[in-house]
Design a protein around this ligand. Structure first.
Ligand SMILES: [Zn+2]
Length: 215
């Protein structure tokens, strides 16, 4: 089962991928995670990637494609995989088809207001980095970390106006990729405006319907 997960920032794509990867026993491959890991290891690839990240630039397609290609050649991908954070450009989507055959592209969607509510309520401890949510996971005392008593703050990226801008950028950037999979007849859209468990169940139901999963 070779899957591509698509969806805007804040949709919870990474959480769905983690859950489904456990259920299906296939790896969750996040290009962001691979790059962070390589930077931490200070490998040759890590040093190259770091230069782009530090300049605030995107890692070029050729590098990302090569990294994904090598990862997909590993033994644990034989039964399938979930790609999260790749492809991000049409060029990457086309290159992926040359590497392997994708069975399904799952497009997670939710109303803009839902995403704004989720992200803009997020608060982070200045001291220990613990994450809270004013509505879904509030601290015992507003603005104070339960664990260490540190001050909570809102990331610049989590402000509603910034979120709106990021969502718009996402939409413009990913439209061609979504259309690409739609044209191939392998795009499914999943309503992510629900609890994690329901989103995961819906995905499994779709996989069954498509004959990709039969447990
Ligand atoms: Zn704290």
């Amino acid at each position: 089962m070779r899957l591509v997960f698509l969806g805007p920032p804040g949709i919870g794509k990474g959480s769905y991928a983690t859950e489904i990867s456990k259920i299906l026993g296939i790896p969750h491959i996040s290009t962001g995670d691979i790059f962070r890991e390589e930077i931490k290891k200070n490998s040759e690839l890590g040093r190259v990637v770091k230069q782009y990240v530090e300049r605030g630039e995107l890692v070029p397609d050729e590098i990302v494609i090569e990294v994904v290609k090598r990862r997909l050649e590993q033994a644990d991908c034989k039964k399938g995989f979930i790609l999260d954070g790749f492809p991000r450009t049409l060029r990457q989507a086309e290159a992926l088809d040359e590497i392997t055959k994708i069975d399904l592209a799952v497009n997670f969607a939710a109303p803009v207001e839902t995403i704004i509510e989720r992200l803009s309520g997020r608060r982070i401890c200045k001291n220990c980095g613990a994450i809270y949510h004013v509505k879904f996971m509030p601290p015992k005392k507003p603005g104070i970390c339960d664990i260490c008593g540190g001050e909570l703050y809102q990331r610049e990226d989590d402000r509603p106006d910034v979120i709106r801008r990021r969502l718009k950028e996402y939409e413009e950037k990913f439209k061609p990729i979504i259309e690409y999979y739609e044209d191939k007849g392998i795009l499914v859209t999943v309503n992510a405006n629900r609890h994690l468990k329901e989103v995961v169940e819906d995905c499994l139901r779709i996989f069954k319907e498509r004959g990709l999963y039969n447990r």
